[in-house]
Design a protein around this ligand. Structure first.
Ligand code: ATP
Length: 506
């Protein structure tokens, strides 16, 4: 078993070797925390996007799409609070010169205590075997109780100091907990400072304060400012949602960990507009709907957990993350936030325009409340890739690397492989390719032995390999090989389309 760092390294090099992800501007030694998606990466990314898009818009009559501009009027960001409050508390270690997010250092410390609790539970399971009652053990074991109290205490101190923007207290907490720099091992910290995460640029040719604009740090505001345009043009009735996929930019303090934290990334967001007072009901609804969406991909139920926020953003009255077990541990994949009427009210105030909805059912006008689901496309990509990446020892003691990507998301759905490059096999293979290519992304490959070709398809996650051999010329059948089980069976050529339809888009 590889340790998490090694397994992330394997995934990074595999991604590059097979054309999923390249470091940006690599010939100039790259640009930190920016990546380019290669030919296979862009297919997988597009498939994730359409899987999400379809689940939002096609499967919900009351959710429609939007594609708003990255640049927005600068007042947008004043209204949303991003200019004043989209900050992360940063801290530097004086010895390693490494920069950290102070809140993340504390959260990592809490995570270590949580791991201690899980270890204790494991020990208990072993000791009491069949008699083990996990709930009771968690509720009574003194070590667990002590650690739970410790977590609550740290969380409440952190919440208080961050909410009060008391950065001295944040530093004191780091010092009191004895948190060390993971690189230098020292506790020699600078003071904690706030750092705004928005990138700015200038509009037009004149540089100066008045022309300063921002690269959007989230796609959501494009939805809020278009709320009435969409509602009126689509005659939408509350509750309804607006979905959007697009780039967002954040000048992250710590941007390591591959595509997990980038400075330019893509979000898939949906803002759901509801009647005031009904937001918590819908918040619960979307928490449930979103975790189901994830689990339907079968990446492993144990890889997901909810993390309810202790420190709520300035706009939220409830918030939870869906965390995923990445190679770097459980980390946020998606946020579900009850954003209240904060954003729309702020935009009303700053624009001087009314952003209200007349609800015919109750005969009242109001500013709707909003529940948001926000998932990072790149993080979803990393989730799929890291859960799919498998190294297997085979019966003949050889090894294979296989990407067990959910079939509907895989870049290619099938490979078309003539057994030999002669005897009319390539011609028949090309004919099959031509017939199926309007329906599926296919790859044709006639180079190297069939075994090598299977390995190549395994490595890029192609669910099926279709081999055309001499018998195919007479019996109109081909061999189809399943990526995961490696089982093979014969199938009539004219049944291939049906087979792929049934087995891929399940
Ligand atoms: P984190 O706590 O990890 O910084 P966040 O809470 O700031 O994330 P949100 O503002 O809720 O993130 O953004 C919604 C989603 O956008 C996140 O769940 C994540 O999937 C994605 N996301 C946010 N920042 C980045 C980033 N720098 N790189 C890639 N994806 C990101």
């Amino acid at each position: 078993m590889k340790n998490p760092e090694e397994s992330l390294k394997s995934i990074i090099s595999h991604s590059k070797e097979y054309g999923f992800i390249f470091p940006s501007s690599e010939i100039y030694d790259g640009l930190s925390a920016t990546y380019d998606y290669g030919p296979l990466g862009v297919e997988l990314k597009n498939n994730i996007k359409s899987y999400w898009w379809k689940s939002m818009t096609q499967l919900h009559e009351n959710i429609v799409g939007l594609d708003s501009a990255i640049f927005m009027h600068p007042k947008t960001w004043k209204a949303s609070g991003h200019i004043d409050a989209f900050n992360d508390p940063l801290i530097d270690n004086k010895d390693s010169k490494k920069r950290y997010r102070a809140d993340v250092l504390i959260e990592d410390y809490i995570e270590k205590i949580k791991q201690k609790i899980e270890k204790e539970v494991k020990k208990g399971k072993k000791r009491f075997a069949e008699k083990f009652d996990e709930d009771e053990f968690r509720a009574t074991n003194p070590n667990i109780l002590r650690n739970k109290t410790k977590i609550l205490d740290i969380e409440s101190k952190m919440k208080k100091s961050l909410e009060e923007n008391n950065l001295e207290d944040v530093k004191k907490l780091i010092e009191d907990l004895g948190i060390k720099c993971p690189v230098s091992g020292s506790k020699n910290w600078t003071d904690v400072r706030q750092f705004n995460l928005m990138f700015s640029t200038n509009l037009g040719s004149v540089s100066g304060e008045s022309s300063e604009i921002y690269l959007r740090p989230e796609t959501a505001q494009g939805i809020f400012v278009n709320f009435l345009n969409v509602q009126k043009s689509g005659r939408m009735k509350i509750p309804f949602g607006i979905a959007q996929i697009g780039k967002a930019f954040r000048n992250e303090i710590v941007a390591r960990q591959f595509i997990f934290r980038m400075r330019e990334f893509e979000q898939m967001e949906m803002q759901f507009f509801v009647r005031p007072g009904e937001e918590i009901k819908w918040y619960e609804y979307w928490k449930d709907a979103r975790i189901k969406w994830h689990k339907e991909l079968f990446l492993g139920e144990e890889r997901y957990r909810f993390h309810d926020h202790i420190k709520l953003a300035h706009y939220a009255n409830a918030a939870s993350d869906i965390e995923f077990k990445f190679p770097i541990g459980f980390k946020e994949l998606e946020g579900i936030h009850s954003r209240t009427d904060f954003d729309l009210k702020q935009h009303e105030e700053f624009s001087g325009r009314k952003l209200q909805y007349f609800d015919p059912e109750i005969g009242e006008s109001y500013v709707p409340y909003v529940v948001e689901t926000s998932i990072g496309l790149d993080r979803m990509f990393l989730a799929v890739l890291s859960a799919s990446y498998t190294q297997e020892k085979l019966e003949d003691s050889s090894e294979r690397v296989v990407l067990k990507i959910p079939k509907k998301l895989s870049p290619y759905k099938a490979a078309i492989l003539p057994l030999l490059k002669k005897d009319g096999l390539p011609e028949l293979a090309r004919k099959i390719m031509q017939d199926l290519t309007p329906y599926f992304m296919l790859q044709y490959d006639e180079k190297d032995s069939i075994g090598k070709r299977y390995r190549r398809q395994d490595a890029i996650g192609t669910p099926y390999s279709v081999t055309i051999d001499h018998d195919s010329l007479n019996d109109n059948s081909v061999t189809i090989r399943d990526r995961d089980s490696m089982n093979q069976h014969r199938i009539k050529i004219d049944e291939l389309k049906d087979f792929l339809d049934k087995n891929i888009f399940i």
